[in-house]
Design a protein around this ligand. Structure first.
Ligand SMILES: Cc1cc2nc3c(=O)[nH]c(=O)nc-3n(C[C@H](O)[C@H](O)[C@H](O)COP(=O)(O)OP(=O)(O)OC[C@H]3O[C@@H](n4cnc5c(N)ncnc54)[C@H](O)[C@@H]3O)c2cc1C
Length: 407
């Protein structure tokens, strides 16, 4: 059982602690020991979406699905759920997160008709959602996006290809970002809801990963989309993508945190039970040093993740810097913690199917998607430099004022 003392931190309210207990109960009954082979991964994901819906957990990822409910996403709740699901089964976290990421733009920017048409279906697990931003030549560099959406009659015609699309091939709809050309670069993009069965949209290629989940390249060939499927205004696509990622980025850190907590649990059990040189592995000081590093990294990651989530919930319009710090630190720390856990397991740690071997494969992609670690560093550095420049300008202004008063 991992350390739960963090739930007493002031970031949380009583409803979060109750939710953490509820998710723990769900996960220990439905997910413990869950595994799926690559061939079964699509069906496992569909089942997981249904199971998460039946348990009522998807309502947290689409709060706007219910009339009269508070439509705001509770980022602390999302992070707690992701952390717990990831600790038990990576695919369960994936299925949960993608229902949120895929529908997030509709929750945040959809008109009432769009919300009514999609969000209740997502919350009930009847529609699977996906987020289609990346392209072969436009991953980190979103401004290079080349898929076009040309106005045509009452709608738009999409042409191009999207790749690395999670839930690609099993999704019922995709939120697709395409160039409408209102301005150069990232400011000339728009977002559309495209139903999977729309003529002109096809899965071009399935991509297999080191830790399998549904992932595909999509092709759009003269794919007509009615204007009613446009999210927000033409030209708002980049803003919509960033605002959606802003909410979900800290929760990627939360998933990494769940993986790391599981790795520490496995490492503690191993260190306590493995006898070496006449005593338990845990008695060796170098092992204790590793365990201490793992525990510190986990607490530091948790502080950054829940700080970002709390800041958003407390009303901050943007949490760009906090979200980038949380994602960067938690994913990098989880990679190190898991590597240490593999090391402490010796040969067992690299046996296919062992929990720490699975974690070793599962954590890797988190340092790449939703903004690679280097991209997060660029974001943090820009924000820090901008804050410094603002402070200097303010100080210069005050000095000028003081000098004027003195003369
Ligand atoms: C498992 C998985 C699931 C994904 N799911 C989705 C999805 O559902 N929807 C979607 O739209 N996309 C998805 N992606 C795409 C993901 O967001 C991109 O892979 C990511 O943005 C990186 O883009 P790229 O792969 O083109 O790498 P590139 O942009 O070519 O970058 C390669 C590397 O260059 C380095 N780099 C990048 N920028 C900088 C910089 N400014 N300074 C220094 N170094 C830098 C980083 O190390 C980066 O990893 C997914 C990717 C993966 C692996």
């Amino acid at each position: 059982m991992p350390d739960r003392s963090f739930l007493a931190w002031p970031f949380f309210e009583e409803r979060h602690r109750a939710l953490a207990r509820e998710v723990e109960h769900f996960a220990s009954h439905h997910l413990a020991g869950m595994e799926s082979t690559p061939g079964e991964v699509d069906e496992t994901c569909r089942e997981l979406v249904r199971c998460l819906a039946d348990a009522g957990l998807l309502r947290h990822v689409v709060p706007a699905a219910r009339d009269g409910a508070d439509p705001r996403l509770d980022v602390r709740a999302l992070a707690l759920i992701r952390e717990t699901l990831a600790r038990f089964a990576a695919l369960a976290d994936f299925a949960f997160a993608m229902q949120g990421l895929g529908s997030g733009a509709i929750s945040l920017f959809g008109c009432p008709q769009q919300r009514r048409a999609y969000l209740p279906e997502v919350a009930a697990g009847r529609k699977i959602a996906a987020f289609a931003l990346s392209e072969r030549e436009a991953g980190s560099d979103v401004a290079a996006l080349a898929t076009t959406a040309e106005p045509d009659g009452g709608g738009f015609v999409l042409n191009g290809a999207k790749t690395w699309i999670s839930n690609g091939g099993i999704a019922d709809f995709y939120v697709v970002f395409a160039r409408t050309g209102e301005a150069p670069g990232a400011r000339g993009l728009s977002a559309f809801i495209v139903d999977a069965e729309r003529p002109g949209l096809a899965m071009a290629e399935r991509i297999e990963l080191i830790a399998p989940h549904p992932l595909a390249t999509l092709r759009f060939e003269d794919c007509r989309v009615p204007r009613a499927q446009l999210l927000g205004e033409p030209g708002q696509g980049f803003k919509i993508a960033l605002a959606t990622l802003d909410v979900f980025r800290p929760t990627v850190g939360a998933a990494a945190l769940g993986f790391a907590r599981r790795a520490l649990d496995e490492a503690l059990a191993r260190a306590a039970s493995r006898q070496l040189f006449g005593g338990p592995l845990a008695d060796l000081q170098m092992v204790q040093g590793k365990l201490a590093d793992m525990a510190v990294a986990i607490d530091a990651a948790a502080l950054l993740v829940y700080r970002a989530a709390w800041a958003k919930d407390a009303g901050a319009e943007r949490i760009t810097r906090e979200a980038a710090m949380a994602k960067l630190f938690a994913t990098e720390a989880a990679q190190r913690v898991i590597d240490d856990a593999v090391q402490l397991h010796g040969g067992q740690g690299v046996v296919a199917g062992h929990p720490v071997e699975r974690l070793y494969r599962e954590v890797r992609a988190l340092r790449i998607y939703e903004g690679a670690s280097e991209v997060q560093k660029v974001v943090i550095a820009r924000q820090t430099l901008a804050a410094h420049a603002k402070e200097r300008a303010q100080a210069a202004h005050h000095e000028g004022e003081a000098a004027r008063r003195a003369t």
